[in-house]
Design a protein around this ligand. Structure first.
Ligand SMILES: Nc1nc2c(c(=O)[nH]1)N[C@H]1C(S)=C(S)[C@@H](COP(=O)(O)O)O[C@H]1N2
Ligand SMILES: [Mo]
Length: 267
């Protein structure tokens, strides 16, 4: 929790945050063509992010190992769902995901709704990492995406919140769910907030320099590099901030957790 405390100080620090807020208001009033209010808020929040990331490292936080472009696996296995199916997803695919939204809600001061295009216009991070699946295979890939930290910072996580729950578009057992509503068999995952603010935790949209393919979670997936494969939710539509994992499907915090896997899957 030290990271949150440090971030709290950063956000709360009088001069810095005042400047950021002033800048943000000006953008909000001035130019609606440049994106939604959600987008402008995240853009403003992202401006202090490099500093937060550096403090994370100086504070002893560990990064997952990053590799060279020549290390990238020629074949990266697609695992679990490789196509969500269903009318909803088919329509999104046909529209080139122009109407896909990433919603951020729950215990936040300002719920957000971001288009894929807006997420692509946020400051990005690219990392080459090794993905480890519990089934016993690994592959190295390059991921580009928006760090999750500034997105949650812009939403304003409420005091007492503990987790982020990621709702996916695919259902492994029945009818595909619509618009981020949870139904039995639907894939979902969750992280402790501290892991959401890790510098390598991304809402990723590119893999090996090209837009994510359908098997790899198009249009948006989570990358959380210090954890096992099943935590890396694909086809993400909604992030809900909460203080409990109860009440969502089996209540264990994830599709595979409800079927016996460990919730904390650190590597
Ligand atoms: N929505 C969704 N996310 C998912 C899964 C899934 O079936 N559905 N499988 C998980 C598992 S077990 C792994 S190993 C990785 C596989 O990611 P990949 O298909 O890009 O290799 O996605 C994870 N995220
Ligand atoms: Mo996996």
């Amino acid at each position: 929790m030290a990271l949150i405390t440090r971030r709290g100080m950063l956000i709360g620090g009088a001069a810095g945050s005042g400047l950021l807020l002033a800048g943000c208001d000006k953008i909000l009033q001035g130019d609606h063509l440049n994106g939604s209010a959600s987008f402008q808020r995240v853009l403003a929040a992202a401006q202090g992010w490099t500093l937060s990331s550096q403090r994370f490292l100086l504070g002893g936080g560990a990064l997952a190992r990053e590799f060279k472009p020549s290390d990238i696996s020629r074949h990266f296995k697609a695992n679990g769902t490789s196509h969500p199916g269903g009318e909803d997803y088919a329509r999104h695919l046909e529209e080139g995901f122009a109407n896909w939204r990433l919603r951020v809600d729950g215990m936040v001061a300002r719920p957000l709704s971001l288009s894929v295009d807006e997420i692509r216009r946020l400051p990005a991070r690219t990392q080459i990492t090794r993905h480890d699946c519990v089934e016993g295979w690994s592959a190295i890939g390059q991921w580009t995406g928006a760090p999750l930290g500034p997105i949650l910072k812009a939403a304003g996580v409420a005091p007492g919140a503990k987790y982020a729950i990621f709702y996916c578009a695919d259902n492994l057992e029945g009818e595909p769910a619509k618009g981020g509503q949870q139904s039995p068999g639907q894939y979902y995952e969750s992280l402790a907030l501290v892991d959401c603010f890790h510098p390598q935790t991304l809402i990723a949209y590119d893999m090996n320099g090209a837009p994510l393919g359908v098997p790899y979670g198009a249009p948006l997936r989570l990358r959380v590099e210090r954890q096992l494969g099943y935590k890396h939710a694909k086809y993400v539509q909604r992030i809900r901030i909460t203080d409990t994992l109860a009440g969502v499907s089996g209540g264990k915090g994830g599709y595979w957790e409800d079927r016996g896997y460990e919730w904390y899957a650190g590597i």
